[in-house]
Design a protein around this ligand. Structure first.
Ligand code: CS2
Length: 492
């Protein structure tokens, strides 16, 4: 028997389940990009507040694949959240998702729910590339094929900016107040970035609509944090066995969770502060801390770790040289660029190291390595800019960038192909093929990709030489030996 409202009461006692009447929950939020991260993060916070206010149910949408809808709709939107720390697992059935809509096949249904006055917030986790922007400048990429198609045919959009603007246009035409747009992706100043992108798209569609979006729609910033590896078939089997009921798509995560949100919701919001969300006036210091400390370390561990043959982050962290490198990276080169009032950065770093070591999570280095061209600017390059402006060392940060360069060559250290997933993979591959094993040529070719590096960093000789030197060592000695040597870089 599959998991559903009907099978909830038969679940084993330790499995927590919704403490509210699901039939009384109505839609208040539409979420675009209903992947594992959303289901382990926002959907869990909302689940905790529905008992007090059932008007904030979530209607989820997939912008491409029908897989999540196919798994969750037959389960009445229910799924298991399995929280793991090393050998311990706790399970909870989440009920906040009412329905999943597949945008490509049910666009009208999605747009009509987004235009429903009961919906006051649209949240997004569409990944970095889903914003169709230029990662180096944070502006709408007006040459993007999806954006061009949506501008040519704006009432049948396929991209996130196109869908948001069409829904806002419908509300505007109907005299319904706009929804608030809340990005939950790891972009710097995500609210402001999304506002810039969506406003530009609206303006290109129609100047009056552009003015409306610019003046009437709120785009609060948010910092989101929870580590959520992709669910595997083994995870499905474990959860189904524990439940005694089949769950087609459980989500696995860690105990830690954090959500810091700018309190700017003119058309209303749930009482997020009652379920552990930090509502603040300025999210930016939190975002910088999280992107630079957590995600910068993650990407560094992912590229170096993958090249060294490690499958998961916990495997990489079990190697003392890698653990030392990433700890020193944070202490020496990242922490001096971050300052969050009231936060002890040393304790934050130590907690990150513990989280990365969690053996209960099978977080693949390959998964984190994905879409590096979209991630590097906010994870490593912003930190490098801050360090260079202060005249400070960047050796470990440059090693992370060099590891990305070695990775996107598409050949691992045993000569096997790497499945490089990146919107720029074609271009990156051409550059790598032309350079071969010549580190100078490879670094020069990749540094010329201004969408990633901008124009300032390639013109900085100190940055160029640090990256080129690290890449030379990686290509000559391999990742493990390079990391072992780097772990001995003197502290400053
Ligand atoms: C990871 C993030 O896949 C990645 O690139 O670095 O998804 C990371 O796990 C989350 O941001 C943690 O909050």
């Amino acid at each position: 028997m599959p998991l559903s409202l009907a099978s909830l009461s038969g679940l084993p006692v330790p499995v927590r389940r919704p403490d509210y009447d699901r039939t009384a929950v109505t839609p208040g939020i539409v979420h675009l990009g209903i992947g594992a991260f959303h289901r382990a993060h926002q959907a869990a916070y909302v689940d905790a507040l529905l008992k007090d206010d059932p008007s904030w149910g979530i209607v989820g949408a997939s912008l491409r694949s029908p897989d999540t809808a196919d798994a969750l709709n037959p389960q009445d939107g229910l799924y298991t959240l399995a929280v793991r720390e090393d050998e311990r697992t706790e399970m909870q059935v989440i009920g906040s998702i009412l329905e999943v809509i597949v945008a490509p096949t049910a666009l009208e249904r999605l747009l009509s729910v987004m235009a429903d006055p009961r919906v006051r917030i649209v949240t997004l986790t569409v990944t970095e590339k889903g914003y169709c922007h230029d990662p180096a400048t944070g502006r709408l990429d007006e040459t993007h094929a999806g954006i061009r198609a949506d501008l040519a045919n704006p009432t049948a959009p396929t991209t996130a900016p196109g869908i948001l603007v069409e829904a806002l246009a419908r509300r505007f035409a109907a005299g319904v107040a706009p929804f608030t747009v809340l990005s939950c992706d790891n972009l710097p100043a995500n609210g402001r970035t999304v506002k810039r992108i969506v406003t530009r798209f609206a303006e290109l569609r129609d100047p009056a609509l552009g003015r409306h979006v610019a003046s009437a729609v709120a785009f609060p910033c948010a910092m989101v944090d929870r580590i959520v590896p992709a669910t595997t078939d083994a995870d499905r089997a474990t959860v189904t066995a524990a439940l005694g009921t089949e769950d087609a798509w459980p989500v696995m995560t860690e105990p830690f969770t954090q959500w810091v949100v700018e309190d700017n919701f003119p058309t209303g919001r749930p009482k997020l502060e009652t379920v552990g969300v930090e509502m603040v006036a300025d999210v930016e210091p939190f975002e910088l801390m999280k992107l630079r400390m957590l995600n910068g370390s993650h990407s560094t561990l992912a590229y170096l770790g993958y090249l060294a043959g490690y499958e998961t982050v916990a495997d990489v962290m079990a190697d003392p040289a890698f653990a030392a490198l990433v700890t020193d990276l944070m202490t020496e080169e990242v922490m001096p660029t971050v300052d969050v009032p009231g936060i002890d950065l040393g304790a934050y770093r130590d907690a990150l190291v513990r989280r990365f070591r969690n053996r209960g999570l099978k977080h693949r280095t390959w998964q984190i390595a994905m879409d590096g061209s979209q991630k590097l600017p906010q994870r490593l390059l912003g930190t490098i800019r801050a360090r260079r402006a202060a005249g400070a060392s960047i050796d470990r940060l440059a090693l992370g960038v060099a590891a990305w360069m070695a990775y996107v060559r598409g050949i691992d250290e045993k000569g096997q192909p790497i499945d490089v997933r990146d919107p720029l993979s074609g271009r990156l591959r051409l550059i790598a093929d032309a350079a071969g094993t010549d580190a100078d040529a490879l670094a020069s070719g990749l540094l010329a990709v201004t969408d990633v590096f901008g124009t300032d960093l390639p013109a900085d000789p100190t940055f160029r030489s640090a990256v080129t030197a690290a890449l030379t060592r990686l290509l000559e000695a391999g990742s493990a030996a390079t990391v072992a040597a780097a772990a001995r870089i003197p502290q400053r």
